[in-house]
Design a protein around this ligand. Structure first.
Ligand code: DQA
Length: 156
């Protein structure tokens, strides 16, 4: 039985350097902080009767462990893998263990307008949707989409 937003939170995962949002290259990532992003996700989930469990790590293995936890505890995943998007088969493999769970990938910047090494994301091979270049508003879109997919899976 798939978990619902009423019974399980959405895991909102942020990868390396995103703890410095608001201070880090504001010309690219804007002035909102990670706390602002997490508040936006909580507000968006609440509008759908849900909650979020927000975590950030600079360590690949910790992100892998948290994705394993989500397999049994969360309704869906919103993930900005940051630089690990472009390097981490381990995070892709972890997401591939989350059968039937909605996964939406977010990038604050438009990675396709940037250096070539940012154009490919391993995580996109598993993500049900990818949002890039919408600023931090992309997280709200991602939470909305997870909510819609969770509801659709419940009905179907
Ligand atoms: C990012 C884009 C990545 O290329 C970069 O390494 C990040 C943030 C984004 O949100 O735009 O750290 O994922």
């Amino acid at each position: 039985m798939p978990r619902t937003l009423a019974t399980a939170p959405i895991l909102v995962l942020n990868g390396p350097n995103l703890n410095l949002l608001g201070q880090r290259q504001p010309e690219i990532y804007g002035s909102d902080t990670l706390a602002d992003v997490e508040a936006l996700c909580a507000k968006t989930a609440a509008a759908h009767g849900g909650t979020v469990d927000c975590r950030q790590s600079n360590h690949e293995g910790e992100i892998v462990d948290w994705i394993h936890e989500a397999r049994t505890s969360h309704a869906g995943i919103v993930i900005n893998p940051a630089a690990y998007s472009h390097t981490s088969v381990a995070i892709l493999d972890a997401l591939n263990t989350c059968d039937g769970m909605p996964v939406i990938e977010v990038h604050i910047s438009n990675i396709h307008h940037r250096e070539e090494f940012r154009h490919h994301s391993y995580v996109s091979h598993r993500a049900d949707g990818v949002i890039a270049g919408c600023g931090v508003q992309g997280y709200a879109f991602a939470v909305e989409r997870v909510a819609a997919l969770v509801a659709a899976r419940q009905e179907g």
